[in-house]
Design a protein around this ligand. Structure first.
Ligand code: CUA
Length: 265
């Protein structure tokens, strides 16, 4: 009996150890390119490890049971009638409840650290100016800090394209260019149905809603070209609704900006 329990403990700890090793060493996500990405990936790793423990554990139990409890030669009668097992039922209720509760609290913490709990509604200056309500979005800084930002971009989404308006240069671009390591604040509005602005490398996604502007703040950390993907089923060509975000050094960005800006006549 003692030997059997010892074996069980060894197996359980091996599964947990293996899951942690795989979870911490294998990265299934695209490369990290914003300050949100490492925060998000922390949560992903934990969820991945929990998933691995369940997957490996259950697979082993199924394989073990297939061999251990298969019908033996000459065995003809019914199996034992099992009425239930109270302690087992308590165990498999309590463990998942605790896990779900902890994951819930941890997710809240991650969302808060990404700036999801910052209020974006209270920028009266912005509301008075535009006489519109702006809500939803992620920000790691408060609105007062954001108002000093010099990169001002408006995103329009429509079936089936994204357009990027640079009001300071009075031009519209089909590609989103942003300088690296600067906090970017984009204001997004849809011309027709609900779309979603998603950059997997940044680990951010925000709905774009008709008649209801949304704000999204992010800080890119890696120079490169990344896809912007519409992540809300918005019509027959939803799957083709993509654009690119080009993160570049400030000097390259300024060069691109000055090349495109409309010069006053
Ligand atoms: Cu726009 Cu899907």
């Amino acid at each position: 009996m003692l030997n059997k329990n010892l074996n069980l403990i060894i197996v359980v700890f091996t599964i947990i150890g293996l899951s942690f090793w795989i979870g911490l060493n294998i990265n299934l996500l695209p490369k990290e390119a914003s300050i949100n990405a490492p925060i998000y990936d922390e949560l992903f790793k934990i969820l991945f490890i929990i998933g691995l423990i369940l997957f490996i554990g259950m697979t082993l139990i199924v394989i073990y049971s297939l061999f251990k409890f298969r019908r033996k030669k000459g065995q003809l009668g019914d199996g034992i009638a099992l009425e239930g097992n109270l302690s087992l039922e308590i165990l498999w209720t309590v463990i998942p409840s605790v896990v779900v509760l902890l994951v819930g609290l941890y997710s809240y913490n991650i969302y808060d650290r990404m700036g999801g709990m910052k209020e974006l509604n209270h920028n009266h200056h912005m509301i008075d100016n535009n006489s519109e309500k702006i809500w939803a979005g992620i920000s790691q800084k408060s609105n007062t800090q954001l108002s000093t930002n010099n990169v001002n971009i408006e995103v329009s989404a429509m079936q089936f394209a994204f357009l990027f308006n640079y009001p300071d240069g009075d031009f519209i671009s089909g590609e989103l260019h942003v300088p690296v390591d600067e906090e970017i604040s984009i204001k997004m509005e849809s011309k027709d149905v609900i779309h979603a602005f998603w950059v997997p490398e940044f680990r951010i996604k925000q709905d774009i809603i008709p008649g209801q502007p949304t704000i999204l703040n992010f800080t890119p950390t890696r120079v490169g070209k990344y896809p912007i993907i519409c992540a809300e089923l918005c019509g027959p060509y939803h799957g083709g609704m993509r654009a690119s975000i080009i993160v570049e050094e400030l000097s390259d960005y300024e060069q691109w900006f000055n090349k495109n800006r409309k010069t006053e006549v």
